[in-house]
Design a protein around this ligand. Structure first.
Ligand SMILES: NC(=O)c1ccc[n+]([C@@H]2O[C@H](COP(=O)([O-])OP(=O)(O)OC[C@H]3O[C@@H](n4cnc5c(N)ncnc54)[C@H](OP(=O)(O)O)[C@@H]3O)[C@@H](O)[C@H]2O)c1
Length: 258
């Protein structure tokens, strides 16, 4: 269990709350070492976790400050975090911009996704200053409380991955809806289309947790039947380029900032 005090600005939001609850449940941190702030005063954490209305007080009492507010809310935030380690979960806000606005020299940018809710997020992260082994292990351990994590070489990777893993369930949800709607258009009753498409995405996801995707595709192609024809049509229509363009469109927003 860490002896550091962690303050989460925006710790009652979707992402911040999920992270805070996971840190407590996995005993990464004791309740008395966790500080949360928001503007509304609404909270429902276990006894010991302190909710503060004053962000500067949170910064002053924390060793590590986590920014879990939206980028547009960050523009209004007034804190002096000089001498503090800041960890930003915000998409599209550079470490330089965070340093400029808060005075913090050491900024980690990390990009979890909505699967923090089920503790299966993948979180890429990078630091703008070099960290020693203990510091890097601590950051890695923090994010492993909500799934898996990797240190990545630079912010460009975080920006690109914001549009890939950061989108969490968005891409499979889009696939599921497309499969459902196309099945309905082909005459399948809507409730059956919905169950069939969900089975593909959710059941397929479970299988992919245990199988290599290329091996799965190769073994299904070997039947030279229905699945092979469907896959070939996707290849002919440049499915991979379509996916690449979609992620690139998101990454451009992350690079440009919000
Ligand atoms: N959700 C995701 O899947 C996801 C994935 C990757 C990254 N992110 C990043 O995570 C950040 C938070 O997203 P979210 O989905 O958790 O948003 P959210 O649910 O709207 O949470 C924002 C939180 O910030 C608080 N807040 C806003 N302004 C504040 C201020 N000045 N001082 C203190 N607290 C303040 C809000 O509470 P009050 O209204 O009570 O102040 C709320 O608890 C965003 O920057 C987003 O880019 C989110």
């Amino acid at each position: 269990m860490t002896s550091k005090t962690v303050g989460i600005i925006g710790g009652t939001g979707w992402l911040g709350r999920a992270l805070a609850e996971a840190l407590l449940d996995s005993q990464f941190i004791a309740p008395q070492h966790l500080l949360i702030s928001n503007r509304s005063g609404v909270t429902a954490f276990e006894p010991g976790v302190r909710l503060l209305a004053d962000n500067q007080q949170l910064v002053d009492e924390s060793d590590i400050v986590v920014l879990s507010i939206r980028p547009e809310q960050f523009r209004e935030l007034r804190i002096n975090a000089r001498g503090r380690q800041v960890i930003s979960l915000m998409a599209g806000v550079s470490a330089a911009a965070i340093g400029l606005a808060t005075g913090a020299q050491a900024v980690v940018r990390a990009m979890p996704n909505a699967a923090v809710e089920i503790r299966q997020s993948f979180t890429p992260w990078c630091s703008n200053v070099s960290l020693d082994e203990q510091e890097a292990l601590w950051i890695q351990g923090l994010f492993e409380c909500v799934g898996s994590a990797d240190a990545v070489p630079d912010e460009a990777c975080v920006d690109y991955l914001s549009a890939l893993s950061g989108t969490g369930p968005a891409l499979p949800a889009m696939l599921q809806l497309a499969l459902t709607r196309q099945a309905v258009a082909a005459g399948i009753p809507p409730d059956i289309a919905q169950r069939a498409a969900q089975g593909v995405v959710v059941g397929g996801g479970h299988m992919l947790a245990r199988h290599d995707p290329q091996q799965l595709i190769d073994s299904l192609l070997a039947y030279r039947g229905v699945t092979a024809a469907a896959l070939q049509s996707m290849v002919d229509d440049e499915f991979e380029s379509l996916v690449g363009r979609a992620v690139e469109a998101g990454a451009q927003v992350a690079r440009r900032g919000m």
